[in-house]
Design a binder for this molecule. Structure first.
Ligand SMILES: Cc1ncc(COP(=O)(O)O)c(C=O)c1O
Length: 464
């Protein structure tokens, strides 16, 4: 050992004092920000371990991870192949700057050609979905020479200046109007349960896509349309089969790029590798993150067509990061794809998703608070309403940013007592367990939701 190398701590006597759970929670709360929330009510749980579809708090209590954390731990916790890939890469080459080629980079790039929708052949690696969208917007602007990006209201595209400006949901509001990046416009989302332009499918003839064309024609200078092909956090909204072919055709006719944000809906989540695969539509760019490494390390991807890539042969590619194509993020990406293939998780998502959907749909008949249940693969939303006819939500988006206690959060807290965690949004839950989930675990999770919905049913009954 060289003199400058610090000795390893090898006995408990030499280890720094271990903090108690109370200290861990108190220090975290005092010195860190809790995201997207009022800080006062933040009481972070001390999580000490995780395995498969479960994680464990410091008391040893086990929680079924019914939303895969933030809809990202698709392989489940502690997949050994992914862990080994991280360890091996750390030993071999933990970092080299993005100007160099690495084996991990080349191997992952080749594998991506196998799993991404055909035609996406040039890759920019990031360390989050947010940054992948930022890359997509810059590439779209550089490539087309145009500025505006059309997004949709029920959407989330990330937290930094451009990606939050493209986000339709209330997380954007804090940046309005002065702090919001320019050039982003919003179209109505596809929501056949509660159409924002009050149409009914199929008689509507997909008027929400026609409206995007109207925007493109009248705005002029539109570089791209960005959509979550299946909207995630904002309610697992699945478009009718005509929507994507129509949107693709509109974009082509007007020379506008189509960007598919598959940060959440990709990687087998919906029962296809990527959710656009359900309609066979080829986007000009596909942005993803989360499931690409099952979230074990932060990796994002902006994939473009070869045609877009070729443009930059003779034009300056004005984008980059210190951590672009970081070897430690890429090696686990390779392992995650191999694991998905070995465990046949795309098909499993479809099969288990059908089972989960059946069970969730059965709840609808029992609970007056449920307005809609919808999903594809292992990606489901249970939407709660004040009344099934008016479809009025239990809480509004304004309630969320005002810190009003949400009924969905109370239901989620009840589920937590039963050892099941789920992501609760303004008036719906996103149920998206790891793709390795077993039927018995689905039964357990749905049962916890069934029992906990009593809280929402009582609230609805109290409205009279
Ligand atoms: C559809 C979508 N796009 C982008 C993002 C941002 O990704 P990240 O949180 O990795 O920055 C998310 C995150 O939830 C997302 O769901």
């Amino acid at each position: 050992m060289s003199e400058t190398t610090a000795p390893l701590l090898d006995s408990p006597a030499e280890s720094p004092e271990v903090m108690t759970t109370e200290e861990v929670v108190a220090v975290t709360k005092k010195l860190n920000y809790g995201t997207w929330r009022y800080q006062k009510s933040w009481k972070p749980m001390h999580v000490v371990d995780a395995e498969g579809c479960y994680f464990f708090d410091a008391s040893g209590k086990r929680y079924l991870d019914f939303s895969s954390q933030l809809m990202c731990v698709n392989l489940g916790h502690k997949n050994q192949a992914v862990i080994k890939a991280i360890q091996d890469q750390a030993a071999a080459l933990p970092y080299i700057m993005p100007g160099y080629a690495t084996t991990a980079r080349a191997e992952l790039s080749k594998l991506l050609l196998d799993v991404l929708p055909a035609g996406l052949e040039k890759f920019f690696f990031t360390t989050s979905g947010t940054e992948a969208n930022e890359a997509a917007f810059k590439i779209a602007r550089m490539y087309t020479g145009k500025t505006k990006i059309i997004a949709r209201y029920r959407s989330y595209h990330g937290s930094t200046m451009a990606s939050i400006a493209a986000t339709g949901d209330p997380r954007r509001w804090a940046m309005e109007p002065g702090g919001k990046g320019g050039g982003f416009l919003f179209a109505p989302e596809v929501n056949c349960y509660k159409c924002p332009i009050k149409h009914t499918y199929p008689g509507c003839n997909i008027a929400c896509a026609d409206y995007i064309e109207h925007m493109i024609e009248n705005e002029h200078d539109v570089a791209a349309v960005i959509v979550e092909p299946i909207v995630g956090t904002n309610g697992v909204l699945i478009p009718p089969k005509e929507y994507f072919p129509k949107l693709r055709e509109i974009c082509d006719r007007h020379g506008v790029l189509l960007i598919a944000d598959e940060v959440m809906a990709g990687w087998g989540r919906t029962g296809e590798w990527f959710s656009v695969d359900h309609w066979g539509v080829k986007p000009d760019m596909l942005v993803t993150a989360k499931g690409i490494t099952s979230a074990y390390v932060p990796l994002g991807l902006c994939a473009t067509t070869a045609k877009i890539g070729e443009y930059f042969e003779d034009h300056f590619f004005s984008h980059g990061h210190t951590y672009e194509a970081h070897p430690l993020t890429l090696a686990p990406g390779i392992a995650a794809i191999h694991e998905m293939q070995r465990l046949d998780l795309v098909n499993r998502s479809r099969e288990m998703g059908a089972y989960l959907g059946e069970k969730l749909l059965a709840l609808k008949a029992k609970h007056p608070s449920i307005g809609d249940v919808r999903g594809l693969g292992l990606f489901w939303a249970v939407e709660l309403v004040r009344d099934q006819t008016s479809k009025a939500p239990l809480n509004s988006m304004q309630d969320k940013v005002d810190g009003v206690p949400m009924v969905t959060e109370k239901v989620a807290a009840e589920m937590m007592k039963r050892g099941v965690t789920v992501q609760a949004w303004t008036s719906h839950f996103v149920i998206a367990p790891p793709l390795i989930i077993e039927k018995s675990e689905i039964d357990y999770g749905v049962n916890a939701l069934d029992e906990s919905l009593a809280v929402a049913d009582e609230f609805v009954a109290s409205l009279g």
